[in-house]
Design a protein. Structure first.
Lengths: 347, 337
């Protein structure tokens, strides 16, 4: 019989490309040119932030009172041998500090706040959501009512109040008063005022993530593979972290990437109203706010003269552009990731 | 529906009480008091003590809170605080602005902030939705790419960046708009509607654009994404199959449903406008409430902090309530009973 004679061909499985959801998503992401470009830009930015002290021509706090408002490209008046002959490529600010160097160091703050803020809120939110979604309906209900309750609070006001509280505690401790806050203040000062910012941002922004994770868990927890795991005697811990977590994590990471610009903005906002990073450490937000105020001081001196020297404008423009381009890159990357992970949007 | 509304409003009361309790305790826990400095000079301790006694800051915190909420009643143990308390709408005196009450500060600042915020919401929602719909209907056209790019750029520019730039370009260099301050003052029609004079619009233009454009960009993106998803639904195919005109399909069937995520955004957006006013009022020296909120924290002007916080709390709670009500209107499948 013809059919029976058809030889059995062994498929070479090794040659066939293995496909996983993560691999698919990555392939999709690579097709998205702008997102890839943004990703590369962000990696370069991270490297710049990590090696800021090698890249920046001046330390961020090095002021020179002979050089305040120095125009772009001018040579420093500092006489120390390590600075002699160096140029302020983008000018100097109202205290004679190099704008280029401060902008490079400013990347440290924005990136750290973006990543750590997102990381902290994601860890809290995912764990809370996993526990809530996997628990009995009663506990789930209580946990979610608590989230609803927090949702109704004006969180930004608490972020502001917490920052004021932490800053005042720090001032208190540096004046010599020992308190419960002493070790935290020490950590905070090592990080230039960022630690308390992380706490304030992360602790209050996990609600959306908790809801998302819980929703995901609810859609997975009655699936066959979870039932199978339970049948072979896997413990709850194992089911949650080994079986549920990997499935839930993808959408959570995508959603969290989309919130990073929000954290960067929030830091800029807090620094702008004077509640962000401690001086003299630069962040793009406090550079904009300080230099903007500095410009007004100069304009006030030269009354009647309606003119803004371009080199003065640079002190505001450079951190503004840095902030905008960075957030733009995160937005493009977030969009690309979301499209890549959402099979419905594929052509 | 009515039952649901009553339940929500009742639910808001403990939320707001808790907010005020936390803020009340937290602001007092911050080192430094309201009378540490007058100008640059430190006050002598005896004067500080007298001032604190005058405003009852020497009482235990729970009694202070009691007096703040209920005024003179059983829980202040017969002590006189001289305040009607929150339940009578008395927010107390300001510690810094002598002779002004918090009610007074709010009633002068709130209308200005409300005008700014409402206009910012308007320029965020109306162009945002329109642009988003146009982009989605003409997907992958030049129009779509233009709108998408403008939206992502707009969403990436912070208030803190946009405000100074607009001031430089349009107020200082081109001299089209005033640099700062607000164009109208009280009395307002119905308490907050200003006379629409040219001066008002000129003063409002830059702050409103600063505050609203980022939100407009976010709404554009959201509307586009949501509408694109909705037009692939089965009921849209059904509507087309029935032979409805394209305009009816889009306006009656697709748009209404695609607005649900947009409406969801309006709650957080409202909060963003509120915080945005802190920056924008500072940048443009607008005599609104946002400036008072920030400075009162620095000054430890406890009653002003409490008053403004409570007001923002009420505003956010009310905004969230409106969002939930509008769901039921937009999607008939959602019913609250």
């Amino acid at each position: 019989m013809a059919v029976a004679e058809k030889p059995y061909v062994e498929t070479d499985f090794a040659l066939r490309k293995e496909r996983s959801p993560w691999g698919d998503a990555f392939q999709q992401l690579l097709k998205h040119k702008v997102a890839v470009g943004s990703g590369v830009f962000i990696i370069l930015l991270i490297l710049m932030a990590l090696f800021a002290s090698f890249l920046a021509p001046f330390p961020y706090a090095r002021a020179s009172f002979k050089d305040n408002y120095a125009p772009a490209g001018s040579i420093t008046q500092l006489e120390k041998p390590e600075f002699a002959g160096k140029r302020y490529w983008l000018g100097a600010d109202y205290l004679g500090r190099d704008i280029l160097s401060r902008t490079i160091f400013g990347a440290q703050v924005s990136l750290a706040v973006g990543f750590v803020g997102a990381g902290v809120s994601m860890i809290i939110g995912v764990v809370y959501g996993l526990v809530s979604g996997y628990s009995s309906a009663r506990i789930d209900n209580i946990m979610m009512r608590f989230v609803d309750f927090l949702y109704a609070l004006p969180l930004i006001i608490f972020v502001i109040l917490m920052q004021v509280f932490f800053k005042a505690q720090a001032r208190h401790v540096t004046q010599g008063a020992a308190s419960f806050w002493t070790p935290f203040v020490a950590i905070d000062q090592k990080l230039g005022g960022m630690f308390f910012l992380f706490v304030a941002l992360g602790v209050l922004n996990w609600l959306g993530m908790a809801r998302l994770t819980r929703g995901q868990v609810l859609s997975y927890r009655e699936k066959e593979f979870i039932e199978a795991a339970r049948m072979v005697g896997a413990s709850d811990m194992r089911i949650v972290f080994k079986h549920l977590l990997p499935n839930v994590l993808g959408p959570c990471i995508v959603a969290e990437t989309l919130t990073i610009p929000g954290y960067i903005f929030l830091e800029a906002f807090l620094s702008f109203i004077g509640l962000g990073i401690d001086a003299p450490r630069p962040s793009w937000g406090n550079m904009i706010s300080e230099n903007y105020a500095g410009l007004y001081a100069v304009r006030g001196q030269s009354l009647g003269e309606i003119l803004i020297d371009s080199h003065l404008l640079l002190s505001v423009l450079v951190p503004s552009v840095a902030l905008t381009v960075t957030v733009l890159a995160f937005n493009f990357l977030g969009d690309g990731l979301r499209d890549a992970f959402d099979p419905r949007l594929r052509e | 529906m009515t039952k649901y509304l009553i339940r929500r409003v009742l639910w808001a009361i403990p939320v707001l009480l808790l907010v005020s309790l936390v803020v009340f305790v937290l602001i007092r826990a911050i080192p430094g008091g309201p009378f540490d400095f007058v100008g640059d000079k430190a006050l002598p301790p005896s004067v500080v003590k007298n001032l604190e006694a005058k405003y009852h800051l020497d009482w235990p915190v729970w009694q202070q809170f009691c007096a703040y909420v209920f005024g003179d009643s059983i829980c202040t143990l017969g002590k006189e605080s001289g305040s009607g308390g929150l339940i009578q709408g008395d927010l107390g005196p300001s510690y810094r602005y002598r002779g002004r009450t918090v009610n007074d500060i709010i009633s002068t600042g709130l209308p200005v902030s409300a005008q700014l915020g409402i206009m910012a919401m308007a320029i965020a929602v109306i162009p945002g939705v329109l642009l988003g719909v146009l982009a989605a209907l003409k997907q992958n056209s030049a129009m779509d790419y233009g709108a998408t790019f403008a939206a992502i750029l707009g969403a990436s520019i912070s208030n803190v960046v946009l405000g100074p730039m607009l001031i430089f370009i349009f107020a200082l260099e081109l001299d089209w708009f005033p640099v700062a301050r607000w164009g109208v003052s009280a009395p307002y029609f119905l308490g907050f509607i200003p006379a629409p004079t040219a001066k008002f619009w000129l003063h409002a233009a830059l702050p409103v654009i600063t505050l609203g454009s980022g939100l407009a960009a976010r709404i554009t993106r959201l509307t586009r994404a949501s509408l694109l998803q909705v037009v692939r639904e089965d009921y849209i195919r059904t509507a087309r199959a029935k032979g409805l005109r394209e305009r009816v399909v889009v306006m009656r069937h697709a748009l209404k449903n695609s607005l649900i995520p947009v409406v969801t955004m309006l709650g957080p957006m409202f909060a963003a406008v509120l915080t945005g006013t802190f920056v924008v009022e500072q940048l443009f020296a607008i005599p609104g409430l946002g400036k008072h909120f920030i400075t009162s924290i620095g000054n430890r002007d406890y009653p002003v902090v409490m008053g403004t916080t409570l007001l923002y709390g009420v505003a956010i709670v009310v905004a969230n309530l409106f969002v939930d009500i509008s769901y039921a209107w937009l999607d008939p499948r959602i019913r609250y009973d």
